[in-house]
Structures are given as C-alpha cells and as structure tokens.
Design a protein around this ligand. Sequence first.
Ligand code: MRU
Length: 354
Amino acid sequence: MTLQSISWQDGKLQILDQLKLPQETEYIAVKNVNDGWQVINKMQVRGAPAIAIVGCLSLAAELAEAKSTYNEKAQLHKDVSSKLEYLVSARPTAVNMKKAAEELSNVSKSLCEKSISLQDMVKSIISWCEKMLEDDVNTNKKIGKFGAEAIISSNEGNSSVQVITHCNTGSLATAGYGTALGVIRALHDMGHLNKAFCTETRPYNQGARLTAYELVYEKIPSVLICDSMGAALMNSQKIHAVVVGADRVTRNGDTANKIGTYQLAVCAKHHNIPFYVCAPTTSIDLSLAHGKDIPIEERPHKEMTDVAGTRIAAPGISCWNPAFDVTPAELITGIVTELGVLKPSELFKKLQDN
Ligand code: MRU
C-alpha cells in the first residue's frame, strides 16, 4: 500500500496531518472551506498539487454536506467563486490552487448558464473536484516515466544512477506517486537507481520528516543529507541528476520551488550535473513572464528559531524566512511534465499548442 495524504470517501475529506509525521500518523477531518484554508495555511497539508486538491475538495465536502442550503444556481455560483478566491489566499506561491480556482469558477459559471437543476450543478462541481485525484496520479506516473527515461538515456543506460532531491514531492505532496519523487520511484522500479539523496530541507524539514519517511516506507535506497552538504556531495560522489518539484514555473521556465532549490541548481551547473524540474502543467503559469514576478511566501520566524517547540536560536536575533526561491531557467536542463521533458525555451510553445 502506498502512502495516502488525501482521503475522500462519500463526500467526506480527511488529510494526513503532516505536522505530526513521522512520529504520528493521524488523519484529520476537513469539513468545509474554512477547515481547508486552515490546514493549507498551517501546512498540515502542503505541496503544490496537494494544496489545490485539498482546497477544491474542502469546497466539495462543504457542498456535499449543505446540498439544500442554496435556493438558486446563481447564488451557488457566486458562493463557489468567492470561496475559491478565499482558498487561493491560504498560500501565495504555488499556482496550482489559483489555476484550479479559475478553472472551477468557469465550470461553475457555465453550469449556471445551462438548463440543469441546482442539484445537478452541485453534483457536477463535486465530480470535477473528485476527478482531480485521479488526474493527478495519472499525470505523476507520466512525469515519473519521462523523467526516469531522460536520466537513464543521458547516462547511456547506466543501471546505477544516483540522484539528489530536495523538499518533499512524493505521495504526501500530491494525490499519489509524486513528481520528482515519482521520477525516483520510476528509476527504482526500472532497476536503475543506486541511491537517492534527500536534503533535510530546513526550516520545515520536509526532507528529513516526509521524504525520508516516504523513501523508507517504499524501501527505496536513500541517504539523508543536510542542506549545506549538496556541493560537497556533488564534488565527492558521482551524481547523475538533481530532481526537484515546482510551485510555479513562469513562461520563460524560471521556477519557484522550496527554499534551497536555487543553491542546488547553482552547484549542479558548476559540477555539470543535469538539473530537472518535475512538475505537472498545472504548476505552469503562462500569465507571468519571469520568475521575479512570482509572489514569494514568507513564513513565521518561529519555524526557523524553534525545533520541536524548543527555541534553538539566540534570543533577540532577527530572521528572514522565505519559503521559496526562484531558479533561473538557464540553470534548468529540462522541465519534466506529463507532456514530456521540455527545455525551458520550449515550454511556452508546447503549452500554447496543447
Ligand atoms: O512549502 P511546501 O512544503 O508546500 O513546499 C513544497 C515544495 O516546494 C514542492 O517542491 C512543490 O510544491 C512540489 S510538490 C509536488
């Protein structure tokens, strides 16, 4: 059985509380949009695709519960749109929730204009949200396959590659399988993985707590390193690729991802190691020209100064805690999407044509 971060059954949504992992495996109920906003903002669920799926399913759960509280379709549409807008505000950097909100709001508008009943409109909105789960897993499997094939073929079929990954991009960050972790999973399944190195990913420790947990759970050979060890590792061992996820990729291929991604990309360039961003097309924001236009979330200082509730930083020190950084397109070898592996320069045309 693979890990499941999102559980949706008969109109009820539960998420695995990622603040408690790896010590405790506790699912919590998300009954409505307010709960959805809270669990996303507090990072009880995180990862760009999972944020969008949980956000939309929190709306679906609320609608499933309150089917009869609307009198007319226009009222439902207005409420759905404003709730979606609210969900987008929970975390600003990942674009997936914003894109899902725009799409679902359009779906709701066209359902509103169709000659269907209010009940059928509710049902269709819920089904749209439910379908995100299946679509995400299918997309991730394609990303896994394309990414693994690209890494194997650029290493002349080497049957024993070593890769570095950052943050958590696995089953916990998606509906299942994962993006960059999906590539690692596919390499392992194909018998081509010697080892995956995962960074600790300070300050929230997604790598040490979540990726390490997934890798151990899946019995994938892996080693944990501190964020500061990437360059030394690249200098001392053969690393065949760096694979990371994305929270938002702009038109030119610049990529916002977990803080620390940029320094890995700089080090990979220096050591001539291919650097792959693995992300569904739902993480690509064609409305922004450059990475400098991406809003970068800053998180509470406590996430840096305290570990497991105990302050470790000297009292009185100021902090800077951006949750993401932007890797410029020129440092990216390929963007692995469900459409294939694209060079940053090919991204815009490929997506426009699709
Ligand atoms: O702050 P987080 O944990 O939500 O950040 C997650 C990442 O940066 C991931 O790499 C990204 O969302 C892709 S998850 C498939």
